[in-house]
Design a protein around this ligand. Structure first.
Ligand code: UDP
Length: 191
C-alpha cells in the first residue's frame, strides 16, 4: 500500500524473515527498510528519500502509527515489523540457517556488546564482525572490514535516514546480500 507517497509492503514478521533468508540463499541484493512514522513523514518532504524507500526491496510497517494510518485509509497491514524484531529473529536463526551477521552502528563498544549478549541468548549465532557507527573520515576502513568479514546480512544502526543512505550507497560494493537499517537496536540488544 502507499502511505505519504511511500510504498509499504503488507508483510508479517515471519514473511519478512522468509524473504530475507531467501535473498541470502539466492545471493540477491535486498535492502530492507522498516518504515516508522518519522521516516514516512520525512519522505513526504524529501523526494530523494521517497525514491530511495520506494526502490528498496522490502519496506516493512514499523510502528502502530503506520498501522493506524493505513487503517484510516481503509487498508490493513498485518502487524508491526520493526528493526529490532528482525535483528533478534535473525540472531535466533543465524546458527541453524548458517547466516553470517555483521553489526554496524551505535557508540563505541555497543555493537560488540550487542553481539556478546546475542551469543548468550542465542547460542550458535554467527556474528562475523561489529563496528561502532561514528566513522566519518574512516569510511574506507569500515568498508574494508565489512568486506573482509563476508557477512550475509549487514545490520546498520546509524539512525534513519543516514543508515538507509549508507546502505544504498555501499551495498553493491560490499556484495552483502541483505542490508537492514535497525536504528537504535544495538543499544537495546546490548542489554
Ligand atoms: N548513531 C551512530 N552514528 C551516528 C549517529 C547515530 O551509530 O553518526 C547511532 C546511535 O548511537 C544510535 C542509533 O544510531 O544507536 C540511532 O538511534 P535512534 O533510536 O536515534 O534512531 P532511530 O531508531 O530513531 O532511527
Amino acid at each position: 500500500m502507499e502511505l505519504f507517497g511511500i510504498r509499504i509492503d503488507s508483510v508479517t514478521r515471519a514473511e519478512a524473515l522468509d524473504q530475507i533468508i531467501r535473498a541470502c540463499q539466492d545471493q540477491a541484493s535486498l535492502q530492507v527498510i522498516t518504515a516508522n512514522p518519522e521516516i514516512a513523514l520525512a519522505a513526504k518532504e524529501d523526494p530523494a528519500l521517497r525514491d530511495l524507500i520506494n526502490s528498496a526491496g522490502l519496506v516493512t510497517p514499523d510502528g502502530n502509527g503506520i498501522l493506524l494510518a493505513a487503517r484510516l485509509l481503509g487498508d490493513r497491514l498485518p502487524e508491526r515489523v520493526t528493526g529490532i524484531d528482525l535483528a533478534e529473529d535473525l540472531c535466533r536463526i543465524s546458527g541453524q540457517k548458517d547466516l553470517a551477521l555483521y553489526f554496524l552502528g551505535g557508540k563505541p563498544g555497543v555493537a560488540q556488546a550487542a553481539a556478546d549478549r546475542m551469543a548468550r541468548l542465542y547460542p550458535g549465532v554467527r556474528v562475523v564482525g561489529s563496528r561502532h557507527g561514528y566513522f566519518r573520515g574512516h569510511e574506507e576502513e569500515v568498508l574494508a572490514d565489512i568486506k573482509a568479514a563476508h557477512p550475509d546480512i549487514l545490520l546498520v544502526g546509524l539512525g534513519a535516514p543516514a543508515q538507509e543512505s549508507f546502505i544504498r550507497r555501499w551495498q553493491k560494493d560490499l556484495a552483502v546480500p541483505v542490508a537492514i537499517g535497525v536504528g537504535g537496536s544495538f543499544d537495546v540488544m546490548s542489554g
